[in-house]
Design a protein around this ligand. Sequence first.
Ligand SMILES: Nc1nc2c(ncn2[C@@H]2O[C@H](COP(=O)(O)OP(=O)(O)O)[C@@H](O)[C@H]2O)c(=O)[nH]1
Ligand SMILES: [Mg+2]
Length: 221
Amino acid sequence: MHTTEDISIGYDVLGANAKLACNNRNTLEKFGITSFNIMGAIGSGKTLLVEKTILRLGGSYRIGALAGDVVARLDASRFEKLGVPTVGLNTGKECHLDAHLVEHGLLKLPLDCLDILFIENVGNLICPADFELGEHKRVVIVSVSEGDDIVEKHPLIFRTADLIIVNKIDIAEAVDADADKMVRDARIINPRINVLKMSLKNGEGFNDWIEFIKKSIGEKK
Ligand SMILES: Nc1nc2c(ncn2[C@@H]2O[C@H](COP(=O)(O)OP(=O)(O)O)[C@@H](O)[C@H]2O)c(=O)[nH]1
Ligand SMILES: [Mg+2]
């Protein structure tokens, strides 16, 4: 039988990442920017969430974006189409953003002209969990079409999240998923987590997300 155990490797990758994340946080604080790390599987609704948020809040707040993808800049161009300063971050073979990539992204953004920064992470529910980026809030968006056991299968990412969005509830019945079970699972893993059920298609739950953003901005003042 195989067992898993922690082994230490010569270079402390996570420690080095944490230091860079701290620098990123200081940079964002200096410019008064509130940042959100949007994590979730491929197709869970990360890009659509940011797009709809830009459309709702773009008139009141100055928004910028970092769009993480393995290759290409399809999501980055979706944000750019909405007039938002955006940097696409390609990770190559890596399944997550890290603080070093974000540091380079920040250098290319007009930080003195931003209030909010959305960082769309690479589509994955495992790798991004370990890598803080310097963000203020960690948001995980899962969709009911991933199966209603997706939360209990990925405890680590929910343990460190500030908010979980259970998305696509408009199709829950069609895919035979119990969205309330997903909410319960998230609260068992992380009792202090905020949980929202949402449909980006019909707008359900979206106002609560906007309130979460405004509250997060307020907490920093
Ligand atoms: N039915 C339904 N489809 C959604 C919802 N949110 C996103 N989608 C669709 O899911 C697909 C993936 O969305 P996208 O934002 O690109 O996902 P990402 O890979 O996480 O960035 C798109 O076809 C969206 O239109 C939702 O609430 N309900
Ligand atoms: Mg996307």
